[in-house]
Design a protein around this ligand. Structure first.
Ligand SMILES: [Zn+2]
Ligand SMILES: [Zn+2]
Length: 273
């Protein structure tokens, strides 16, 4: 099993961090979790791409986590040799997002159908909406969903990927909650989107202060990791993006509440387990 943080940024554009997206490779499949800004650029660097995705899982419908879904849909379609629906899994509302994405692309779809004689099928997606329970199971890889708490954004889910005797959790944006604890119980790797509370609190901009109440801080992620007995804590979706060389400060904040290995992820960081 392999985990690759394709994008470790946040809504705030950063030249070195693509939007939130994490690739989990298990049983010969590539599973993509969220599809933020620049996901296909980073996926190509990891020798993956739209045709390789067994499924795309969305943790929630905030734009920073979904903005490049249209790119995945389009590029999977234009390279296809026949109808090849993209499986998309996400919380209730995902069907609506997919339908609207396809509607947004309808002019482009028309241009390409008219231009390419050998392309006579439209892009499609198979959508599975989940709140809790098995979200995906192909006999080799099983993905369990559970509700998380990103209120007032609702619904949101996290995912527990089980394969090859290993467990990886992709949490998405959430504060600590019971659903997250259930997902994380005994996991080998726990990937959590975080903000650094002390830095955000120092920025006098009300809209940034608003994000404090619906994300895990570094300390929150450490507490969840410790409570659930996870192996490795991976911090991603770093807000604000760490200044060069400041990663040890983030690690130190996490270590105050968690004894295990802590990773402050960068784009294309990977772990084999
Ligand atoms: Zn969010
Ligand atoms: Zn986010």
């Amino acid at each position: 099993m392999q985990v690759v943080t394709l994008g470790t940024g946040s809504p705030i554009p950063d030249p070195n961090r693509a939007g939130p997206a994490t690739l989990v490779r298990a049983g010969g499949r590539d599973l993509l979790f969220d599809c933020g800004r620049g996901v296909l650029m980073r996926a190509s660097a990891a020798w993956s791409g739209p045709a390789a995705f067994a499924a795309v899982f969305l943790t929630h419908l905030h734009s920073d986590h979904t903005t490049d879904l249209n790119d995945i849909v389009t590029m999977r379609w234009v390279a296809s040799q026949g109808p090849d629906p993209l499986p998309v899994v996400g919380p209730p509302g995902t069907r609506r997002l997919v339908d609207r994405t396809l509607a947004m692309l309808s002019d482009d779809i028309g241009y390409r159908l008219a231009h390419h004689d050998d392309l006579n099928w439209e892009p499609t997606c198979t959508v599975t909406e989940v709140s809790e329970g098995v979200a995906y199971d192909d006999g080799t890889v099983r993905v369990i969903a559970a509700p998380t708490d990103h209120a007032p954004v609702h619904p949101t889910v996290g995912y527990r990927i089980e394969a090859e005797g290993r467990v990886v959790v992709i949490a998405g944006d959430t504060v600590p909650c019971a659903g997250l604890d259930r997902l994380c119980a005994g996991a080998d790797v726990y990937v959590q989107t975080v903000i650094r509370r002390s830095l955000i609190e120092a920025i006098p901009f009300a809209r940034l202060q608003d994000i404090l109440d619906y994300h895990s801080s570094v300390e929150d992620a450490a507490a969840t990791a410790s409570r659930a007995g996870v192996g490795t804590l991976v911090l991603t979706h770093l807000v604000p993006a760490p200044a060069a060389g400041s990663e040890p400060e983030w690690e130190a904040e996490a270590r105050s509440g968690f004894d295990g290995p802590v990773v402050v992820a960068h784009d294309l960081w990977q772990l084999d387990l």
